[in-house]
Design a protein around this ligand. Structure first.
Ligand SMILES: Cc1cc2nc3c(=O)[nH]c(=O)nc-3n(C[C@H](O)[C@H](O)[C@H](O)COP(=O)(O)O)c2cc1C
Ligand SMILES: CC(C)CC(=O)C(=O)O
Length: 350
């Protein structure tokens, strides 16, 4: 937490108020935003001692790819708003750390360039548009660029009510920077919360996407209930991401540290379960693993590191984060990720 706070302080100094607010903000009164962080800490860790932790291996395999730690960079729009290194910087830093990187549909760098820079381990987050032809073209372009998974975001049928964005509803991108044309629309020089996404998306569309993606695994991002986890698996999802979109969509939805328990119990190991929202240190990662996650995604901490120090900042953050996961595993008596069990957490009474 401390490391991340330092990056956030620098990021806040460097960024325009509107840009900082866009990244930091949540929906409504930001009740869920605050609880996303706190809810992890309401699970106390139950460490075991006298286990040989002389060599701790924090690596995992997700969708066939070995990751140095169970950590993936979450999709976040418009990263060249934060630093000229933008998506290329974050993707390169993730690759150097042996982690996967998820590129947003609303990126400021084309997916082909990002895949080339990372050399593997890139996932493509998809917002399905009303214009299905444009979406199909984007998916084909992403797949032919070499993305290893399609992350279908299902929690943004309409824009959340984000009070902090009201002051700056349309953020101008820096001179010479435009949004990548993953939407098939002409290059745009501002970022808006919503534009042309299909609010009519249903579970039947997972089969369509699998088809368009030519078998590339489809992960459903934005699952908060056992019911939706079942529906996602029935629809052919290769995995689910427990997420409330960083508390940016509907204030009052369940924090992900609570939803994860229900979702992982329902999934019973049939597909990978990932989680994001408020994961801030190695202890949180162990909590997530204990509750049944295969890996976590982290969002804002990466944004702050990028804004503060560009690619080097993200590299440092991810290295320290992975090291902290290793330390937390050792201190819980777990020589590897497989050793983490439900018995490594207990719910706090408050
Ligand atoms: C500024 C910002 C932009 C985001 N853009 C996207 C996006 O384009 N697509 C998406 O699926 N999620 C997006 N998210 C949500 C993140 O992928 C992720 O779910 C969330 O930020 C994780 O929580 P954390 O920031 O607390 O780690 C965005 C989040 C932020 C903060
Ligand atoms: C362009 C936006 C829809 C990106 C996003 O998902 C977000 O701001 O949370």
């Amino acid at each position: 937490m401390e490391l991340i706070r330092r990056y956030e302080v620098v990021a806040r100094e460097r960024l325009d108020q509107g840009v900082y607010d866009y990244y930091a903000g949540g929906a409504g009164d930001e009740q869920t935003l605050a609880e996303n962080d706190r809810a992890w800490r309401r699970w106390w860790l139950r460490p075991r001692t006298m286990v040989d932790v002389g060599a701790v291996d924090p690596s995992v395999t997700v969708l066939g790819r070995r990751l140095a730690a169970p950590v993936i960079v979450a999709p976040m729009a418009a990263q060249r708003l934060l630093h000229p290194d933008g998506e290329l910087g974050t993707a390169r830093a993730a690759a150097a750390a042996g982690l996967a990187y998820t590129l947003s549909t609303r990126a400021t760098t084309d997916v082909a360039e990002v895949c080339a820079a990372a050399g593997g381990g890139v996932w493509f987050q998809l917002y399905v548009q009303i214009d299905r032809d444009a979406t199909e073209a984007a998916v084909r372009h992403a797949v032919s660029s070499g993305v290893e998974a399609l992350v279908l975001t299902v929690d943004l049928p309409v824009a959340g009510r984000r009070e902090r964005e009201r002051a700056n509803p349309e953020i101008a991108l820096p001179e010479g920077v435009t949004l990548a044309t993953h939407t098939g629309r002409p290059a745009e020089s501002t970022i808006k919360p919503l534009g042309g996404w299909d609010p009519g998306l249903t579970w039947d569309d997972v089969a369509w996407l699998r088809d368009v993606g030519d078998g590339t695994p489809v992960l459903v991002k934005g699952v908060l209930t056992a019911e939706d986890a079942e529906a996602a698996m029935a629809a052919g999802a290769a995995g689910v991401i427990v997420s409330n979109h960083g508390a940016r969509q509907l204030d009052g939805v369940v924090p992900t540290a609570i939803a994860l328990d229900e979702v992982a119990t329902a999934v019973e190991g049939r597909v990978p379960v990932l989680v994001d929202g408020g994961v801030r240190d190695g202890g949180d990662v162990v909590r997530a693993l204990a509750l049944g996650a295969d890996a976590v995604l982290i969002g804002r901490p990466v944004a702050w590191a990028l804004a503060a120090q560009g690619e080097g900042g993200v590299a440092e953050l991810l290295a320290q984060f992975a090291e902290d996961v290793e330390r937390a595993l050792a201190l819980c008596g777990c020589p590897d990720v497989a050793a983490v069990t439900r018995g490594h957490v207990q719910r706090a009474a408050w």
